[in-house]
Write a protein that binds this ligand. Structure first.
Ligand code: AMP
Ligand code: ZN
Length: 486
């Protein structure tokens, strides 16, 4: 097992050696999507980052139980327990049942993550499937004196909790400042304290998703689902809890409070947060309206896009930044990633063609050691990519007959590429994964090129649009026509 791994813990604000509670088992919980609409590329960045972490932990010899939930109830539009229910609003808009909305966008989320070649989590529990567990947890919190009922709702008492525990442990904010910056309660408010948050919300007559509870008919607050489901599947104390950075200040802060108020234990040893994907410096989000859908990115069908980019190009673009750095989206950056990714894949495809010599001009072990060192340093994928391009240079030099490589070094080179490019990064070669498809497409592209030369644009358009409807995009350039899957 790998004992050299260091990871950044938001709880302590420093890098720490990774020491799981009961190695080789590792419990990891990551907050999943709220499935009332399509996931945007920003959401994908967070899930791709945790896929890298999941893959590397497995590669390092750990047996990981990775739990990633689906939020399918209890998410209101406002972050102060107010506003419309997002699912009900969407259901009205699309004239569907709320659970049809949940099903539609859960399937869409899975499709997108499959295109990015991420591994499925070990367990994917839903909030609606764990109402009883949430009610039981709320009862325990009330019994322990950290929550109160008011008119069919239940609120968490932040003031009482913060006298005994550190409510701002994740963000190090000052509680007085937080209070000063939080709107005063108006006379109608049932909450006792300004920072109190809902554990259970009373159903309004028009509320569609509702369940009976000891406090009347209603639905759970957003935060309680993750506390209840992480405890159920990973225990009261587990190793890693993750999500996007935007979740630390409220959602994760409240999760820690709920878990401690219930079991008197801080649930996760390591809290990990991924940084945001931005567009012109602004966080990509559903509400800001700058959220590209992955499908739009693959087809190029968006005003900010100059053309389409394939899923692996986009994934490679993301891996070129460290998961704790912001990453700004731009056409130029994606152009560069596409070139880099093709160079990497071309080199990988040359590996089997290289002929070993008696002696070697290159040593591959130091590159492997540097890659491991970079991954052990808080999953530093950009440094690994720089090292992989060193390997690309070796492959191309040997292929061009300008250098020699021995059989042993060649086998190291193959292992390096196999482990890091495919196992740990989860990349795949999009163009050569299916040789039959390649041959058929070569033929179809030839026919289209001839049709164009004969000015038979009806046929050439028919081929292009027909392929597009099958999920294959053609790209014409001076060098000829290429294709990618969309
Ligand atoms: P949501 O469906 O909004 O609850 O978000 C699902 C996950 O995506 C959460 O972990 C968020 O923190 C994360 N997320 C949201 N916006 C971005 C972004 N622009 N970049 C990276 N992650 C994001
Ligand atoms: Zn959560």
């Amino acid at each position: 097992m790998n004992t050299a791994l260091q990871l950044y813990n938001t709880l302590t604000r420093k890098k720490e050696p990774f020491r799981p509670l009961s190695a080789p088992n590792v419990g990891m919980y990551v907050c999943g999507p709220t499935v009332y609409s399509d996931v945007h590329l920003g959401n994908c960045r967070t899930f791709i980052s945790f896929d890298l972490i999941f893959r590397y932990l497995k590669y390092s010899g750990y047996k990981v139980r990775y739990v990633r939930n689906i939020t399918d109830a209890g998410h209101l539009e406002g972050d102060r327990d107010e506003g419309d229910d997002k699912f009900a609003k969407r259901a009205k808009l699309e004239q569907l049942e709320p659970m049809e909305i949940v099903q539609k966008y859960t399937l869409g989320f899975h499709d997108v993550l499959r295109m990015f070649n991420t591994l499925p989590p070990s367990i994917e529990p839903t909030a609606t499937g764990h109402i009883i567990e949430q009610i039981e947890m709320i009862q325990e919190i009330i019994k322990n004196g950290y929550a109160y009922e008011a008119n069919g709702a239940v609120y968490f008492n932040v003031e009482k909790y913060s006298k005994e525990y550190n409510y701002t442990i994740l963000t190090n904010r000052n509680l007085e400042d937080m209070l000063a910056n939080t709107r005063e309660l108006d006379g109608q408010d049932e909450k006792h304290g300004r920072l109190d948050f809902a554990l259970w919300i009373k159903a309004k007559p028009e509320t569609l998703m509702r369940w009976p509870s000891p406090w009347g008919v209603g639905f759970p607050g957003w935060h309680i689902e993750c506390s209840a489901m992480s405890a159920k599947y990973l225990g009261e104390e587990f190793d890693i809890h993750g999500g996007g950075m935007d979740l630390a200040a409220t959602h994760h802060t409240n999760e820690i409070a709920q878990s401690e108020a219930c079991s008197h234990k801080q649930p996760a040893k390591y809290w990990m947060h991924t940084n945001m994907l931005t567009v012109n410096g602004t966080r990509m989000s559903k509400t800001a309206g700058n959220g590209f859908l992955p499908g739009e990115l693959f087809t190029g069908d968006h005003p900010l896009l100059e053309r389409g980019f394939s899923p692996m190009t986009v994934k490679f673009f993301m891996l070129q930044a460290h998961y704790r750095s912001t990453l700004d989206f731009s056409n130029e950056a994606l152009d560069a990633s596409e070139k880099g990714f093709r160079r990497l894949m071309n080199a990988v495809s040359l590996l089997d063609k290289l002929v070993a010599s008696e002696s070697s001009d290159f040593e591959v072990q130091p590159i492997i050691a540097n890659c491991l060192k970079a991954m052990n340093d808080d999953f530093n994928s950009p440094v690994v990519i720089a090292e992989l391009f060193e390997a690309v240079r070796i492959i191309n030099t040997v292929h061009d007959g300008k250098g020699k490589i021995s059989a042993v070094e060649l086998s190291h080179l193959k292992k390096l590429m196999n482990d890091f490019v495919f196992d740990i990064f989860g990349l795949k070669d999009e163009d050569t994964s299916n040789t039959e498809l390649n041959s058929v497409l070569d033929l179809v592209i030839d026919i289209r090129t001839s049709a164009k030369e004969n000015k038979d644009y009806a046929t050439s358009d028919k081929i292009r649009l027909g392929l597009q409807s099958m999920g294959i995009q053609l790209k014409d350039s001076k060098e000829g026509t290429t294709w990618n899957k969309i």
